[in-house]
Design a protein around this ligand. Structure first.
Ligand code: SF4
Length: 76
């Protein structure tokens, strides 16, 4: 089983909490978080598969987002 991050950039309010918790997140100068190497699957929605070892750290980053713009989803 593996996991993917689903990121709704449209909802991001640029608080930057995710980027303080994981280095696959960074802040852009347009006030939105950027998810490194993620694929845009529909307008403003980005996905990135992560290795199992990254799960707990990325879950913490997701849980830190004040607007729930980041979800961790199981990949079957
Ligand atoms: S924690 Fe959420 S709102 Fe803040 S920058 Fe990251 S994705 Fe955007």
């Amino acid at each position: 089983m593996s996991y993917k991050i689903v990121y709704d950039k449209n909802s991001c309010i640029g608080v930057g909490q995710c980027a303080t918790m994981s280095n696959i997140w960074s802040m852009t100068n347009r006030g939105k978080a950027e998810l490194k190497d993620a694929k845009e699957v529909s307008p403003g929605i980005f996905e990135l598969e992560i290795p199992d070892e990254a799960y707990s750290k990325e879950l913490q980053a997701a849980n830190s987002c004040p607007v729930s713009a980041i979800k961790i989803v199981k990949v079957e």
